[in-house]
Design a protein around this ligand. Sequence first.
Ligand code: COA
Length: 334
Amino acid sequence: MYQAQITGTGHYVPDHVVTNYDLSKVMDTSHDWIVERTGIHERRWFEAGKDTVSNMGTKAALNALENAGLEAGEVDFIIFATLSPDYYFPGSGVLVQDQLGIDNVGALDVRNQCSGFLYGLSVADQFIRTGMYRTILVIGSEIQSNIMNKSSEGRSMAVIFGDGAGAVVVQRIEEEGRGILSTHLHSEGKHADKLIVKEPSTRHKGQILERLIKGRNNDIYPYMDGKYVFKHAIKRFVEVICEALDANGFEPSDIDMLIPHQANLRIAQFVQKKLNLPDNSIWNNIQRYGNTTAGSIPIALSEAHHAGKINQGDLVCLAAFGSGFTWASALIRW
Ligand SMILES: CC(C)(COP(=O)(O)OP(=O)(O)OC[C@H]1O[C@@H](n2cnc3c(N)ncnc32)[C@H](O)[C@@H]1OP(=O)(O)O)[C@@H](O)C(=O)NCCC(=O)NCCS
């Protein structure tokens, strides 16, 4: 068995900054409400004609490859996590394969929303452990600004979510005790309707477009039962981090850096307090980007890594919770 290690990190966010004050001009909300409930000050929105989910993923991937000191041609497999793909089909992973100009490597799309990046990382870990591949790109990218209802009606969701992409290079290493130590994946589908976009759906009778344009259909917008999601998130985050620590014989105090999915600053602060982590052992950037779903962990990981906050030998924990519900963690000896 081989070990898999993250050898490069990268990210890309659109240039267009949207502050809470900008939002308060188009919907009934305020900077203070948003900061108090979520910690968010601003987010990025994509620029049509410039940014796409796949090309933002490609830019993040190129940044990660450069960080790893690799050329695109050295990649053997691509894993792409998103809930906002370029197309209904094909997936965005194949578009990245084309944009990077890598010769006919496999490309897999993962649809696990906020846990998507960690599900993808887990797949990469398994492929490398078995010897099937040596170098895998795992990418998370989202454009959510054009999915939201940006009126007062949609304010509880529209203020939270943002656009952006992150990526890592995962490579085979032959060093015991280093690299991805374990990953832990969970789901509980009975909560599917608590955080959901119902349309377009194949469930109903009639051609999708005809049905949708017949009348105003709010099911095309994301729906979230915020309090319900919050309650489950704080429980599952702590559980899945402790599961990873227990599986490897560590205590919370052994964590050098926790990168939680950037769902809500209050959730991250709850988890930090519960695990008794000092401020320099957790990385939060939701203040600047909002919740970028599958992009959030790789963007935060890349920022922390590039800022010199993650160094060789550090114990790094990644943890996510989101729609599904799904939740996951990964423990890495950097
Ligand atoms: C979404 C969330 C911030 C809302 O906070 P909350 O305290 O639950 O707020 P509520 O939904 O109860 O709304 C409280 C009031 O604020 C209003 N409100 C909602 N969104 C608002 C906004 N953007 N601006 C101003 N007021 C808003 C509501 O209409 C409600 O008004 P009312 O009391 O007159 O009915 C919170 O539930 C949350 O963070 N949930 C978890 C979200 C999350 O992490 N999701 C991602 C998981 S991957």
